[in-house]
Design a protein around this ligand. Structure first.
Ligand SMILES: Cc1cc2nc3c(=O)[nH]c(=O)nc-3n(C[C@H](O)[C@H](O)[C@H](O)COP(=O)(O)OP(=O)(O)OC[C@H]3O[C@@H](n4cnc5c(N)ncnc54)[C@H](O)[C@@H]3O)c2cc1C
Length: 448
């Protein structure tokens, strides 16, 4: 299997030095597969998608499922994201979506996105997961005065077209309820929306899955898939699993070569996060930082940030193009500057944590849910960095698809269904992305 980025980012057995890991005392310590076994269904990938697919297959259909995870459970993006439960899982504007797919499918896409966010909240409530939920909505902040009309229009369309509850705040109003700083020119809020500790959520899901007798193998990477007599044989370093159906839930950590039909279709993109030391109330008041709700700004290459329950500031944005540990550190240093440019009165605030991970984009610019033609291989990926609301819901949809083996039975927007196109010269994917970033950087420079 081959990697798109530097091997440093694929060290599945190395813990990720995130704030969530550093402040968590939980370690599930599950077995590694060290024998040859068989199971009706194998789920590859122990993040939100894989876990919710497996849980639903067991709870709703009483099927025999094994889940394998290359690192520890949740090692991928699900344990290290920013914890924003936000919408929509797409890099395509709603205008473009309407012109490509029509107004009805676009409405259904947004309806499904809202269902996803509500499903995440239901899981937290129903499984009693204590994952530090904060905020009652998301905020989108105009980072420049030219952008206020644009976000006002977005709030209006969300409300009138998609039935999403929104509220617009002028710069002065948002200064009261949200925050100040040099890049705050008004905002709008939308619901549903909240923030979580993603690792606590992940561990809560994994513990629920284990209580339902899901067999999870950690540190068990599927290296190769062979076909024999109508079954699949999944080879790992110290064992194998014979199965009839495979669910691929590897999202941005998919490694080329595992499944020919999936190769060349995912564009993993590095996303980075920094977290400051805890701020005092006086320091927070310097920028009127009042809210604990998640915030994204209106840049094309957007910044996302929020105040954590212990009054640290979490700040995230796109990562670098290389993926080495050194390029990660360089990016973290740049991000400290970005944060301090928008909140200059925090110039002396130090950064305690930085880490990164992979999100998955594709040419579709929307998620992909489906089954590979003529195979019993199912996939759910490509949430464009909006997986907290989308990945668990996708896992649930996948379970229905696995059970029925027929994507026509799936009552979700067409926009989610099917694989994205393969990239032309897939080895140039990161280069294409670099070009897009340069383009959007220029647009952001001129606030267009
Ligand atoms: C830095 C960062 C910040 C983010 N912030 C947010 C946010 O605030 N809000 C939001 O909605 N989304 C956010 N996301 C995106 C979100 O975390 C993901 O969309 C979501 O977690 C995807 O879940 P998943 O289960 O599909 O994939 P993952 O959680 O990435 O899990 C895939 C798993 O597959 C495993 N795997 C890969 N290959 C193999 C193999 N061959 N054999 C066995 N296992 C394998 C990997 O080890 C990995 O654990 C962020 C992502 C990152 C990286």
């Amino acid at each position: 299997m081959s990697n798109i980025y530097h091997s440093d980012i694929y060290q599945f057995n190395k813990p990720v030095p995130s704030y969530w890991e550093a402040t968590s005392s939980e370690n599930l310590n599950l077995d590694k597969l060290q024998k040859d076994i068989s199971s009706e269904i194998v789920v590859i990938g122990g993040g939100y998608t894989g876990l919710l697919c497996a849980i639903n297959l067991i709870e709703n259909y009483n099927l025999d499922v094994v889940l394998v995870e290359a690192g520890k459970v949740g090692w991928g993006a699900s344990s290290r994201n920013a914890g924003f439960c936000c919408l929509p899982p797409s890099k395509m504007s709603y205008k473009k979506m309407q012109s490509v797919y029509g107004t009805e499918e676009t409405r259904k896409f947004f309806k499904n996105s809202v269902e996803g966010a509500n499903y995440t909240k239901e899981l937290i409530d129903n499984y009693n997961i204590d994952c530090d939920v904060t905020g009652e909505n998301n905020f989108v902040v105009a980072h420049h005065k030219n952008k206020f009309d644009q976000i006002k229009g977005q709030a209006e369309v969300y409300k009138s077209e998609f039935g999403i509850e929104t509220k617009v705040f002028s710069k002065e109003e948002f200064d009261e309820v949200g925050h100040g700083g040099t890049e705050q020119f008004g905002a709008f809020s939308y619901k549903p929306g909240f923030a979580i500790n993603p690792l606590k959520f992940l561990n809560g899901l994994a513990k629920h899955a284990l209580s339902k007798k899901l067999k999870i193998y950690e540190h068990t990477k599927v290296e190769k898939i062979e076909k024999e007599n109508g079954s699949y044989l999944l080879r790992t370093s110290e064992g194998s699993i014979k199965t009839k159906k495979i669910v691929v839930a590897t999202n941005g950590f998919y490694q080329e070569g595992l499944i020919p039909e999936m190769d060349g279709r995912v564009l993993p993109v590095i996303s980075n996060i920094i977290v400051t030391r805890p701020l005092t109330n006086e320091e927070l008041s310097l920028h009127n930082f009042n809210t604990y709700a998640p915030i994204a700004n209106s840049k094309n290459l957007l910044y996302y940030y929020r105040k954590l329950p212990d009054n640290r500031i979490l700040f995230g944005t796109r990562g670098d193009f290389e993926g080495s540990d050194q390029s990660n550190q360089n990016r973290a240093n740049d991000m400290e500057k970005f944060l301090k440019n928008i909140f200059p009165k925090w110039s002396n605030v130090t950064i305690d944590y930085n880490w990164r991970g992979l999100i998955a984009l594709s040419q579709k610019l929307t998620p992909s849910i489906g089954k590979i033609d003529n195979e019993e291989i199912y996939y759910g990926f490509g949430y464009s960095g909006v997986g907290v609301s989308t990945a668990p819901w996708t896992g649930k949809q996948l379970s229905k698809l696995v059970f029925s083996s027929n994507s026509k039975d799936l009552d979700i927007s067409l926009i989610y269904k099917g694989l994205p196109k393969k990239f032309i010269f897939p080895q140039l994917r990161v280069f294409y992305f670099k070009l897009a970033v340069w383009f959007y950087r220029i647009k952001d420079k001129f606030n267009i």
